[in-house]
Ligand binder design. Structure first.
Ligand code: HEM
Length: 413
């Protein structure tokens, strides 16, 4: 990347070195100096990082960016081989067909009907927490989110969910696995999902209303879905249906613990919960980059041209902190309005599970504040670690402690 005077520009080493833990100074530098920045990925692919709000917003819905390697000539699909045939990696008309099949499970009325179950599951998880200290990720956020997506899909209760969750998370840090590790993971996850689908077929239950049975019927009866699309769709829903919400609860709680005035504000004015959820989504985006797209034709941007076929990474977390769009963009302000963050995407690939994610957050945060009383980080902030994913931003663990005795379910705080 060169600037207008033809000088080559590179982000400062110290920002690059710190960007996994704290990407925001690095993003601020890119927005100011190289808003369309060409990086080379560890596998040698050029990847253009787009970091300004207006560009990310417009390009999320721009048909000149394609998901299909067949169109772009470059492979950039999300997920392991054999599981990539799903809506995230599709352009219209395939995308429209696949999206219609899953939309039905996430319409507002269906999501609203889950509210009592989300509430009861969250209360149960808090009942089971050890007294005084816990890992908010493993003991609360992950089991809550996983339990909801498995209910929607109809994954039987007796399946080994820690094993499944482990494999799904490993696909996010795929590059680190090496080619033997990748092949093994692909095989195990594929076999697991194929067996899950075979079991659903054996056990029947077409009238059960769960999403997996609906997709199986679309495959077996209506011919609207191929077998590869069926397994690829099961994979992507199980993955994004939980890890994203885990990150909302984890990143959001950490942000509140680091901004005690905002935490107190939410405790004092619980009616702020809807704007609080939007601000927590904006402030530390659970999905920091959109899934990869590639230029289907040469794309002029900021005095340079992204060649057809190059991979383009739309950096949502950077757009959300763009001071040209948001006043005091680096501040957490639970009363912020308007708040046009891009954390749930935009355009045809806008998040299918947006209503579910918001509802889970709407239940989880007030419940944590009410049940746990005075919450603190149980470890020094610098010892927290972030999972090494290219797309997601989430903590591996969030150890918390609380000094007030946990309030039992149903009692006011
Ligand atoms: C706080 C939680 C969540 C966040 C921040 C989030 C964020 C996003 C974003 C940014 C996209 C667009 C990606 C792109 O354009 O490349 C997306 C798409 C998607 N999300 Fe979510 N998501 C969340 C929760 C969920 C949940 C609970 C589900 C439930 C299954 C879900 C399912 C999906 C699916 C299937 C897509 C792909 C849609 C398509 O390609 O048409 N998400 N999400």
């Amino acid at each position: 990347m060169s600037n207008r005077r033809g000088l080559s520009v590179c982000p400062p080493e110290e920002l690059v070195a710190a960007r996994h833990r704290d990407p925001y100074p690095y993003f601020a530098w890119l927005r100011a100096h190289a808003p369309a920045y060409r990086e080379v990925s560890p596998s040698g692919l050029p990847v253009w990082q787009i970091t300004r709000y207006d560009d990310v917003r417009d390009l999320l819905a721009d048909p000149r960016l394609s998901k299909r390697p067949a169109t772009t000539g470059r492979a950039c699909p999300t997920g392991p081989a054999g599981l990539q045939d799903n809506l995230v990696n599709a352009d219209p008309p395939e995308h429209t067909r696949l999206r219609k099949l899953v939309n039905k499970a996430f319409v507002p009325a269906q999501v609203k009907a889950l509210e009592p179950l989300i509430q009861a599951t969250a209360e149960d998880l808090l009942d089971r927490m050890p007294p005084g200290t816990a890992d908010l990720i493993d003991d609360f956020a992950a089991p809550l989110a996983f339990s909801m997506i498995r209910t929607i899909l109809g994954v039987p209760d007796d399946l080994d969910t820690p094993e499944l969750r482990g494999m799904l998370l490993d696909t996010l840090t795929y590059d680190a696995a090496g080619s033997d590790g990748k092949a093994d993971l692909d095989r195990r996850l594929h076999a697991y999902l194929a067996e899950l689908i075979a079991r659903k077929r054996r056990e029947g239950g077409h009238g059960s209303g769960d999403l997996l049975m609906h997709l199986i019927a679309a495959c077996d009866e209506a011919g609207n879905l191929t077998e590869r699309e069926l397994i690829g769709t099961a994979y992507i829903l199980l993955l994004v249906g939980q890890d994203t919400t885990v990150n909302l609860i984890g990143n959001g709680t950490l942000a509140l613990l680091r901004h005690r005035d905002q935490l107190d504000l939410l405790r004092e004015r619980p009616y702020l919960i809807d704007s609080a959820i939007e601000e927590l989504l904006r402030y530390d985006a659970p999905v920091r980059k959109a899934t990869f797209r590639a230029a289907a034709e040469p794309l002029p941007l900021h005095g340079t041209t992204i060649p057809a076929g190059d991979v383009v990474s739309l950096v949502i977390a950077s757009a959300n902190r763009d001071p040209d769009r948001f006043e005091r963009a680096d501040e957490l302000d639970l009363t912020r309005t308007p708040n046009d963050h891009l954390s749930l995407g935009r355009g045809p690939h806008f998040c299918v599970g947006a209503a579910l994610a918001r509802l889970e957050g709407r239940i989880a945060f007030p419940l944590l504040l009410r049940r746990l009383g005075h919450i603190e980080l149980a470890v020094p902030p610098e010892s927290l670690t972030w999972r090494p994913s290219r797309v997601m931003r989430g903590l591996t663990h969030l150890p918390i402690s609380w000094t007030s005795p946990a309030v039992r379910r149903g009692r006011p705080c």
